[in-house]
Ligand binder design. Sequence first.
Ligand code: GDP
Length: 501
Amino acid sequence: EYISVSNLGDALGVKLNVFLRQLEDLGFEDITEESIMTGETAALVAQEYGFEPTVDSGEKVDLKPRPPPEDPSVLPPRPPVVTIMGHVDHGKTTLLDYLRKSSVAASEHGGITQHIGAFSVKLSAGKQITFLDTPGHAAFLSMRQRGANVTDIVILVVAADDSVKPQTIEALKHARAAKVPIIVAINKVDKEEARVDLVKSDLAKNGVEIEDYGGDVQTVLVSGRTGQGMQDLEESILSLSEVLDLRAEEDGMAEGWVLESSVKSIGRAATVLVKRGTLRRGDYIVAGEVFAKIRVMLSEGGVELEEAPPGTPVEILGWRDLPDAGDQVLQAPDEDKAKNAIDYRRELSERGEAVSQMAQQELERRERERVKAEKAAAEAEGGDQEEKPEEDGPPGSTTVHFLVRGDVDGSVEAVCASIMEIGNNEVRPKILRAGPGLILESDIEYATISGSHIVNFNNPIPGHIKRMAEESGVRILDFNVIYHLVDAVKDTLSQQLKPTI
Ligand code: GDP
């Protein structure tokens, strides 16, 4: 389960502005009242406030990433990690397919190409580029929400026959928010309808400082269909990564992120992108609340690897349980330390769940009281009073409440992040509760008392829940595609705007 910062602050009895400042002191970055925390993080924060000041039983110790290097400039260079984003049908998949083809030289060694969520392209002179193989914004967002800033460079694909479109702008916003530099790939230049100049001026209008207009954002003309310009694109990526001067330790305890995980015929498999250090067969690694003794490491070409240095995506077998995409991976010196860290984390998240449950109950209690008090006030005034705007948000603004349910952690996070980007000074969304899993009866009850809409993503809705929602007048926004969902939320918000007379 998740809790928003404003709800956690409420539950801990800290004023919001004070809470935000203190969170910054605790090392949280880019945090706003709308940020969503996992139960585990919430428990750590609650601990800081003397909540359940449990002393750890025994000597359970967590694993932590190493401190940042003192002088990064002396470290060996590492390959850049690149994500492709852009409007639907502008050619993301086609470009990735083209690039992947040049990566599978490895399969000549007898492997079978497989989708593992990322692949590396080896270029001349020993250079290498790692591409994340999940196009689109949801993957980027959900990783970022978990603090996994794995992407060094975003390739923004814009079709030359369609120019800048809503999702192009959305992708730009995400890249800017994550402070990740972009390269624009103007795609489909093989088409007669290609209007490269129009694309460039549209980009400039949207604040992209492209080179042709005196800025430093590179634009490359490509065709995923004919392969035209693809080498230029790779060269642009390399030259930008030289500017970024990407480096990492090749020794010491390894660190990385889980990109994907699934149960396959060969067992539990998770793709890990190594960020620091080098993973080897036989190493112990911890991710979230699970660990692995690395039994096999496979490249995307299906070839067994002995070593995975920084920038390498590898599929790892040997997990006791399946880790989640977005989990940080940390190497443990031995099996005991790995198990110890996991015990520590499990205990912490149990405590975290208790804290968020208490917080949630407290919020529901307050909400009920608020509704009761409002009703009483309205009756005292003669009954026919207009609904009052919420007290939170800028003065005069309306807040629209949402509960979010989705199939898995990652999508819930992506949905929450997308919703929180909507809104303006007049009307803003607020997420009261979010978590993976089916909509529950208690969700409908909570939506009823708090006047919330329920957002359901990639999840079936049980029949009795549908009926209960209808009877209680609770609206369920049910979608499988994130931008359709975003449109529906936008509509919902704009319906709240009363026409000004
Ligand atoms: P995505 O939704 O961004 O992943 O877009 P796709 O890669 O699925 O491409 C959408 C459509 O555009 C497909 O029919 C592709 O064949 C086509 N397409 C992609 N790249 C090119 C290109 O460079 N030239 C032409 N003519 N068609 C392209």
